[in-house]
Ligand binder design. Structure first.
Ligand code: FES
Length: 71
């Protein structure tokens, strides 16, 4: 990695969203960029959010289990 490279990190939160840190471009299914207002964003993976693609915390009440060893 050179000094100009900036890493993007994606963290799968147990029973929660995907946290995306760094200068990632978020696009919809048609490739259109979805503007993000923070350097770290949370992408819903439970399907329950009212503000897709962003996590709105609904995973905490809808019983979502990621099945990635969080238990
Ligand atoms: S993961 Fe948080 S609302 Fe879906």
């Amino acid at each position: 990695m050179t000094g100009r490279d900036v890493e993007v990190q994606v963290t799968a939160c147990p029973d929660g969203p995907l946290l995306v840190r760094g200068p990632a471009r978020i696009v919809d299914a048609d490739g259109r960029e979805i503007e993000k207002h923070r350097s770290t964003v949370a992408l819903c993976r439970c399907g329950g959010t009212a503000i897709p693609p962003w996590c709105d915390g609904t995973h905490k009440v809808n019983g979502y289990r990621s099945g990635d060893g969080a238990d």
